[in-house]
Design a protein. Structure first.
Length: 478
């Protein structure tokens, strides 16, 4: 399992810097006028926007302090959006460029473009779009949940995402009913939301190949390049992520079918690395700077739109005719089990595409009364063996997990159940076993049936682990 990205997915902290509190042109002008003098700038912002704030405070000094605190929070918010440098108390180059603009519409559009092109921010719009595609109403709470499923780290009850949307509303990017002007987004971004969405559905191999080919196109244009050379460059840039077998079917053909590349295969050419490849106009129009980072954290984009698939349909697809359908169903089952357990899915360690739809491994985390990390292994097999549990125990130790959840559409060998009890009796780990009978109960009873089963399992675990305390106590009494 790879480490989390160095730069965690976060949104700018707006504080009091929002359209409901300040006027962008005015606050930029004040920051330029009082650049370098933090105290004078805070006072100017206070007089302009917060002179009537804290009216309930009867003590004049307390009222002034609260007003100045809010004014200072405006600067902290401007820093979060890359407009102000707190160290020297001056506008950044971006803030200065915006301050130079005289037309309000031009200013709003330029600031919106800056917001959308700052890493991660575009995903707030994508989250709105994803919720709407699934028939869910975007709200402060549903958007926070959706963003967290994409790997964002957000404070509890945050307003970071709602204030970002407020600034985008100033430029008519999105309206009060969360309707998105996708043409305007594409105009400002230089890439459409549809293209970004399709990019997200590509496999890691396909994305790495396209990124390398697009980079090479800066020097070679649309000229065809030997496929083997592009693969070699991609390995150098992205590491050993390519499986050598069936590259043509896994990488090249899907990219040709979706209009990302053109391929020339010479007569007698065989194998994934033979022939030449060239970028299409579609790929050439994409700026590498606007493509999502390869963090691999959060729910895979191709699964997000399917998260609300009825559980009965998911279970039915576990017996589908194609390995793709079975694999998709198994991944959705893992995600639904985690989500309905009140956990946040982080990422798949092992995906169904790598196993022919036979198994998947999911890491999820929860923060209830305490933090816990859960490992889900879902297997679409008749029997789960002791070796399967032993492998998960090793992974749990390495990943410092607390709970192992083994799920199967079949049953468990008796040795698995025995070993699970021994683990819980002697180690810190907890083990939850979910077989086809429990899955059917989940299908009939929904979330309440699943939570009830987990609670029952937790009670059993508690009784087993209580002996871990009683044994030392009994020894001390001797």
């Amino acid at each position: 399992m790879s480490k989390p990205p160095e730069t965690t997915k976060k949104l700018p902290e707006a504080n009091e810097f929002s359209p409901g509190q300040v006027k962008l042109r005015r606050v930029l002008g004040l920051a330029r006028e009082h650049g370098g003098d933090r105290d004078a700038l805070v006072e100017a912002i206070r007089q302009s926007f917060f002179a009537s704030a804290a009216a309930s405070r009867t003590d004049a000094e307390e009222r002034l302090n609260q007003q100045r605190t809010r004014a200072n929070n405006v600067l902290i918010g401007m820093k979060g959006y890359g407009l102000f440098d707190l160290k020297d108390s001056r506008l950044t180059s971006v803030g200065g460029s915006l301050a130079d603009m005289q037309d309000d519409e031009e200013l709003a559009a330029a600031f919106a473009e800056h917001i959308l092109k700052t890493p991660w921010n575009i995903e707030v719009i994508e989250a709105v779009r994803s919720l709407q595609a699934r028939g869910r109403r975007p709200t402060k709470a549903t958007l926070q949940t959706e963003l967290e499923s994409r790997g964002f780290k957000l404070p509890r009850a945050t307003t970071h995402h709602t204030k970002l949307l407020q600034w985008l509303r100033e430029a008519d990017i999105i309206d009060a009913d969360y309707e998105i002007d996708e043409e305007l987004v594409a105009e400002l971004m230089g890439i459409s939301l549809a293209t970004l969405g399709e990019w997200g559905t590509l496999t890691r191999e396909q994305r790495a190949f396209l990124q390398t080919l697009r980079r090479l196109a800066d020097a070679h244009g649309a000229s065809p390049l030997p496929a083997k050379d592009v693969i070699s460059q991609a390995k150098f840039e992205h590491g050993p992520i390519f499986r050598e077998d069936q590259l043509a079917g896994r990488v090249f053909k899907p990219l040709v079918d979706q209009g990302w590349i053109e391929q020339e295969v010479g007569s007698g050419g065989r194998g994934g690395k033979s022939g030449k490849v060239a970028p299409t106009e579609r790929l050439l129009e994409v700026s590498l700077d606007l493509l999502p980072e390869e963090d691999e954290w959060g729910v895979p984009p191709e699964l997000r739109l399917k998260l609300e698939t009825p559980i009965a349909s998911i279970i039915a697809d576990l017996s589908a005719d194609t390995t793709h359908a079975k694999g998709m169903a198994l991944e959705l089952l893992a995600l639904r089990l985690a989500a309905d357990s009140g956990l946040t899915p982080l990422r798949f360690r092992l995906r169904a595409a790598e196993t022919g739809g036979a198994e998947v491994d999911l890491v999820a985390e929860g923060a209830h009364l305490h933090f816990s990390r859960w490992l889900f292994q879902c297997k679409n097999t008749k029997t789960v063996s002791l070796a399967d549990l032993a492998k998960e125990v090793g992974m749990a130790v390495m990943l410092r997990a607390h709970v192992i959840v083994l799920v199967t559409t079949g049953g468990f060998a008796s040795s698995v159940q025995t070993y699970a009890r021994e683990l819980m009796d002697t180690q810190h780990l907890q083990v939850v076993l979910i077989d086809r009978k429990t899955i059917r109960s989940y299908q009939r009873g929904g979330t309440s049936a699943l939570v009830g089963y987990l609670h029952e399992t937790a009670q059993t675990t508690m009784r087993l682990k209580r002996a871990q305390i009683e044994r030392p106590l009994a020894s001390d009494a001797l």
